[in-house]
Design a protein around this ligand. Sequence first.
Ligand SMILES: Cc1cc2nc3c(=O)[nH]c(=O)nc-3n(C[C@H](O)[C@H](O)[C@H](O)COP(=O)(O)OP(=O)(O)OC[C@H]3O[C@@H](n4cnc5c(N)ncnc54)[C@H](O)[C@@H]3O)c2cc1C
Length: 376
Amino acid sequence: MNIQELSYWEQHFLVPQTDVLIIGGGIVGMLTAIELKQNDKNLSITIAERGFIPQGATTRNAGFACFGSISELMADMQTTPKKDVEALLTKRYQGLQRLRTIVADDAIEYYEHGGYELFTNVAKYEICVSQIDFFNTMAQQAFGTANVYSVEPNANNWNMGSALAIKNKLEGQLNSGKLTLALQAKLQQLNITTLNGVNIETIHEQGNNCQATTNEGYTLHAKKIIVTNNAFAKKLLPQLDITPGRGQVLVTDVIPNLAWKGCFHYDDGYVYFRNIDGRVLLGGGRNINFESENTTQFGLTNDIQTYLKQLLHTLILPNTPYTIAHSWSGIMAFGETKNPIVQQLSPNVYCAVRMGGMGVALGSGTAKEVADLIHF
Ligand SMILES: Cc1cc2nc3c(=O)[nH]c(=O)nc-3n(C[C@H](O)[C@H](O)[C@H](O)COP(=O)(O)OP(=O)(O)OC[C@H]3O[C@@H](n4cnc5c(N)ncnc54)[C@H](O)[C@@H]3O)c2cc1C
């Protein structure tokens, strides 16, 4: 069905022709809309989101407000020049600070309990400890705080299967459900329309008019289109370097008197766990089977769920009774580098995609970057 076949009311009030159409209503799509309004309050902006709520990574992640643990940064230094590693660290840290100016800490349950990298391999731990001074200097140069990383002396109190840990004192955690709600409330305040249940199947540009066809056969019209559907962007923009990566997660029931709080990284960041509402949320293990997790399909697999459950039993809660409440998955986007792709692809089509495993930190800076490319 074409927009001409809509009713008068639908055509004029409910399916607006818009200045900017944003495809994908995750953290990047929502923040891009907010940044665009901050640049020009008269712009009409519509977000098309395929799900009844966002259905990608933003509402399915672990809610770490993290910017880099030592083993991950060391791995990055193997393949990337130091100045680029430092630039990405800065981008993530500043992105988190920017996000916290857009939504209040208490609205998103932002807590700075710290982040910890946990080790079971003593040799690896010692190598990482030997690099603490190097990365503290980098962090101080990047965002001016001294001694961000340190050996954690109290890890024995956690009752975990290992007490070897390096602390990141600036790492925080948030509630991803409440972050989404807070951003949605901001969209409403700014008069930004979100069309839910609208899957964009194709985009076309004709002079100064862009068209996006939907799963229901409508054509939406906009002066400019910004693609922010992250791992799912390749269908619309096959030229992009994007590899999907599924992340599987589980959460326990409430555990009375859980002995620790904070965000934990393990196995070079492939495994992550945290406290949330008196429970343990644990995710990752993509490295157990990269092949099966290279997909845009949601789903759980036996091997990765078994691996996560083993870690819970042997490493995270070896002496604590617990039960598992449920598991889920979400889809991330990776590529040759860890930098997002922010580009003008043609006169009126732009993209801001590929947030990797740290979109909470990278989302706001990426949104600002793409919004600043838009000029009428
Ligand atoms: C299990 C897991 C754990 C994670 N943990 C963390 C963490 O702790 N900290 C952190 O910083 N990052 C984490 N991440 C990564 C982070 O969640 C993402 O980088 C970030 O959410 C990406 O946001 P986005 O808006 O770019 O993409 P998404 O959140 O995926 O949003 C894209 C949206 O586009 C919609 N869409 C797709 N195709 C179409 C279409 N054709 N038409 C219309 N809509 C469409 C989707 O439904 C989706 O809502 C995790 C990710 C996963 C999966």
